[in-house]
Design a protein around this ligand. Structure first.
Ligand SMILES: Nc1ncnc2c1ncn2[C@@H]1O[C@H](COP(=O)(O)OP(=O)(O)OP(=O)(O)O)[C@@H](O)[C@H]1O
Ligand SMILES: [Mg+2]
Length: 238
């Protein structure tokens, strides 16, 4: 399996404050990989740095065979690396449809916008029903679907999801995870998933990394981590 994303010794932080202390990881083509870790471990910082929203202090990001050194976030998205931030960050006073259209802002995505829209509305029937409604009036689960659908409008190769199940009822969590699974199956996407919902994340992903205080302390096949006593004790409350 070839790697779509390869992160090497990545370091970053805020101002002078170091947060990521040399993180290395890979995501293969068509693979779902999770990053687990406690609050404040640096998970969001990791996704922000990979996606170019936050400058790296050092290290390398390789994506789709190319170096991603100092590539700004809009350019990263145009090349197929797209982050869905925690909570989705929709524009609440714009409609569902307008939010989706905003996902297709770069020229290649814009050229295929009508087709992409048909595709995401058939993948997410609830959004088709709610297309004229203000995004701020969606339920938490619908908002998360809309955020993922908006990311799909930009024709991603790799989706990075920051806690897509946060604040959702268990039935909606299952729906969001099912949706990620079917997107990967149908679209050949790769996914880097950050989750606090560790049991679900490990069932969805093939491999996982555990981040503590800005570095990776453990990694391996998700099935192994599910049975790892440290992971069970620290992250699954078992
Ligand atoms: N904008 C910021 N400015 C300064 N420090 C920040 C900023 N954002 C995060 N931090 C700090 O960086 C560290 C890592 O935060 P980060 O948001 O990456 O953690 P996380 O693993 O995503 O946590 P959570 O599970 O709570 O979302 C924390 O100590 C946090 O206080
Ligand atoms: Mg976070």
């Amino acid at each position: 399996m070839s790697d779509v994303l390869k992160v090497d010794d990545l370091r970053s932080g805020y101002g002078q404050l170091p947060v990521l202390d040399g993180v290395s990881l890979t995501v293969g083509q068509g693979e779902i990989v999770s990053v687990l870790g406690a609050n404040g471990a640096g998970k969001t910082t990791l996704l922000l740095t990979i996606s170019g929203h936050l400058p790296a202090f050092g290290g390398d990001v390789h994506f789709d065979g190319k170096s991603f050194d100092r590539v700004p976030a809009h350019e990263a998205a145009a090349r197929g690396l797209v982050m869905v931030p925690e909570g989705g960050r929709l524009f609440p006073f714009m409609t569902v449809l307008e939010n989706l259209e905003l996902g297709a802002y770069h020229p290649a995505a814009r050229a295929r916008m009508a087709q992409s829209l048909d595709e995401v509305l058939s993948l997410f029937p609830i959004l088709a029903e709610r297309r004229g409604q203000l995004a701020g009036r969606l339920s938490g689960g619908e908002r998360q679907m809309c955020a993922v659908a908006r990311a799909m409008m930009s024709l991603p190769k790799l989706l990075m999801l920051d806690e897509p199940s946060l604040g959702l009822a268990p039935i909606m969590v299952d729906k969001v995870f099912d949706m990620v699974r079917s997107l990967v199956a149908q679209k050949g996407l790769s996914v880097l998933l950050v989750e606090q919902n560790v049991g679900n994340a490990l069932h969805l992903s093939q491999r996982a990394y555990v981040l503590e205080h800005g570095h990776i302390v453990k990694s391996g096949p998700s099935a192994d981590l599910l049975n790892d006593p440290d992971v069970q004790r620290s992250y699954m409350g078992l």
